[in-house]
Design a protein around this ligand. Structure first.
Ligand SMILES: Cc1cc2nc3c(=O)[nH]c(=O)nc-3n(C[C@H](O)[C@H](O)[C@H](O)COP(=O)(O)OP(=O)(O)OC[C@H]3O[C@@H](n4cnc5c(N)ncnc54)[C@H](O)[C@@H]3O)c2cc1C
Length: 579
């Protein structure tokens, strides 16, 4: 098997991975960096980010402050965010927005040239900078252009990582498959940053890309690394039905209303002051409550019950200039021009607050809190934790940029000082084992269709782990996932070839989804309270006395271990969340 050596390997080429790569590449030691992506780098999920990125840009003019950004974020998180991490986010987000300006992102501006900022849910002040409703695309394009121009960054498109090899508590190697040829290739390096995005694809009804299968999170979990707060999956209130395509929160930020089937602006019942700009957890619960109480539109036409997002009262120029992609999507998908007709929407899985357990520097930690040598996580896959139980819209792109830079610089510093782990018998054994595992999967000749298993997994998660959760349903979800995992051990592969074997890629992704879905359900069933995106029907209240803590889950030879970590509090005391 071919083995390639670098100073730093970055697994993932979304906004977090590329930001990390650029900042690492600019460090004095000029490390040699490999950026690895399972698809073409520019198809990373980040390109689909729509509404914008948050940060305090004009404190004097707009009377916004970093403290206010921190308060909004912490309150939005239902007080589960670590407040020291949030302080890092709000302090660094403004300079990251300026950094993106310098590398070519065309932020929307007003006539005076000031960067425009739109309101997003749960914010006290409009704080979201944007490039129309294609923010992620413009940020990715700028990053990709820069990365191509830097000599010490090499991009490996369509290389699928299948395992993370650790040795004596340190990163050692990353086995991958070159999808075009099917060759297995090992990347060795002093340092590795995992930036593989979220895992919302455990659900069927989701706004996320097909590629959001949480691979890095699952590989870390299999390598014995704990995952944190996995029960907190964000359901975005306004996904287009029946496809699940996102209708950005910016549509409400620009003034859109939500109506039930009785023509009521129902948010008045749930968040009188903020209305459609309450945080996502609150609006998603409101929509499902309306539907459950019979005030939604029936599922006859689209197969899903829904409510209306209405933009008809907006100036058409606002739709054309600030929400052009939304208009394009609704016309193409449903033949609906949002200037003439309301848009049918309902909540869909959108973002995963939980992920790989890290400290505030993005270093990956063991269950006992020890950092693994040379190993970081950045972006949606890393739980630093700034979003706690519920992320505020537009805080993710800030997180990806801030921790992209932090981890990139830290990895460069580490790589300039530390040697590469010596080849040990343990490393060789693990790499051989991985090679055999992949060959074994390629020969799978069992009786179950892996795609049916994925369908059933999605159905289980959509029906039993959605916006409102009930204990007996979650128990059923755990049992069903466990059964599906057994069936997955007896699958067949239709394509046994090596070249461009997307069947093999899909199977590896499905294996990852099964691991992560189990971690979500096991973490969720134990948290006996309702906080942010985790709403338990039997325990409808937040319970700070017993549950103001993070969940950690790890797996060892099939056995899970769950423990809890205190939340880092600071100047913002937990209080009742009213909007
Ligand atoms: C439709 C939509 C719109 C959004 N809009 C906004 C917004 O406006 N503002 C905001 O703040 N947030 C938004 N979000 C959330 C935000 O887009 C994501 O959280 C963020 O882009 C994640 O970036 P990332 O760099 O962590 O990972 P990603 O962009 O998901 O990139 C993951 C990378 O990992 C690679 N990878 C994964 N697995 C493997 C593997 N096994 N081997 C090799 N490579 C692998 C992929 O190829 C990819 O390059 C939105 C989310 C959705 C679904």
């Amino acid at each position: 098997m071919e083995s390639l050596s670098y100073d730093i390997v970055i697994l993932g080429s979304g906004i977090a991975g590329f930001t990390a790569a650029l900042h690492a590449a600019r460090s004095k030691a000029k490390p040699r960096i490999a950026v690895i992506s399972k698809m073409h780098a520019m198809r990373s999920h980040s390109v689909s980010a729509e509404g914008g990125i948050s940060g305090v840009l004009y404190p004097k003019i707009k009377k916004d402050t970093e403290d206010l950004h921190a308060y909004d974020t912490i309150k939005g998180s239902d007080y589960l965010a670590d407040q020291d991490a949030v302080e890092i986010l709000v302090k660094n987000a403004p300079s990251e927005i300026k950094f993106f300006e310098h590398i070519g992102v065309p932020w929307n501006r007003d006539e005076k040239g000031t960067v425009q900022q739109r309101p997003f849910g749960g914010m006290s002040i409009p704080r979201t900078a944007f490039a129309a409703d294609k923010t992620g695309f413009f940020m990715m394009r700028a990053l990709y252009d820069q990365a191509l121009a830097v000599e010490n960054i090499e991009i490996f498109h369509e290389h699928l990582a299948t395992a993370i090899v650790l040795d004596k508590g340190r990163f050692a190697a990353l086995p991958t498959i070159d999808i075009a040829t099917g060759e297995q290739r090992i990347f060795r390096s002093r340092a590795c940053i995992i930036a593989t995005g979220g895992f919302s694809r455990v659900f069927g009804f989701t706004t996320t890309a097909y590629s959001s299968t949480g691979d890095g999170t699952a590989l870390a979990y299999r390598a014995g690394i704990p995952l944190k707060d996995m029960e907190f999956v964000q359901f975005h209130p306004t996904a287009l039905i029946p496809s699940g395509i996102l209708i950005t929160e910016a549509a409400r930020g620009e003034g859109g209303y939500l109506f039930n089937a009785k023509g009521e602006r129902f948010m008045e019942r749930y968040a009188k002051n903020k209305m459609e700009l309450a945080p996502r957890d609150i609006i998603s619960k409101a929509i499902i409550s309306e539907i459950e109480k019979g005030r939604g539109f029936p599922d006859k036409e689209y197969g899903y019950s829904y409510v209306h997002l209405d933009l008809r009262h907006l100036d058409r120029r606002v739709i054309d200039e600030k929400l052009p992609m939304i208009k394009e999507i609704t016309i193409k998908m449903l033949g609906i021009d949002p200037g003439d007709e309301p848009i049918p929407v309902r909540p869909a899985a959108h973002f995963t607050m939980g992920g790989i357990h890290t400290d505030i520097k993005g270093r990956i930690l063991s269950q006992e809190g020890r950092p693994f040598g040379g190993l970081w996580a950045a972006g949606e896959c890393g739980c630093v934790s700034v979003h706690g139980a519920n992320r505020l819209g537009s805080n993710s792109l800030s997180q990806c940029s801030v921790w992209g830079r932090i981890t990139g610089e830290a990895a460069a510093d580490y790589a300039s000082k530390e040697g590469r782990p010596a080849e040990s018998e343990e490393i060789v054994r693990k790499i051989d084992e991985e090679e055999r595992r992949i060959s074994g999967i390629l020969e799978s000749d069992g009786s179950n269709n892996p795609y049916e298993i994925k369908k059933m997994l999605n159905k289980t998660m959509d029906s039993r782990m959605y916006v409102y959760r009930r204990v007996p349903e979650m128990r059923k979800a755990i049992a069903e996932i466990s059964r599906l995992k057994k069936e997955f051990n007896d699958i067949y592969l239709e394509d046994r070839g090596r070249r461009f074997n997307t069947n093999l890629r899909d199977v590896l992704e499905i294996g990852n989804l099964l691991e992560l879905a189990a971690a979500v359900a096991e973490s969720a069933v134990r948290r006996k309270e309702s906080r942010g995106a985790h709403s338990m029907v039997e325990y409808p209240k937040r319970d700070d006395k017993h549950w103001l803590k993070h969940t950690l889950i790890s797996a060892n030879e099939g056995k899970i271990r769950i423990s809890y970590l205190p939340v880092t509090l600071g100047g913002w005391k937990p209080e009742e969340r009213k909007y």
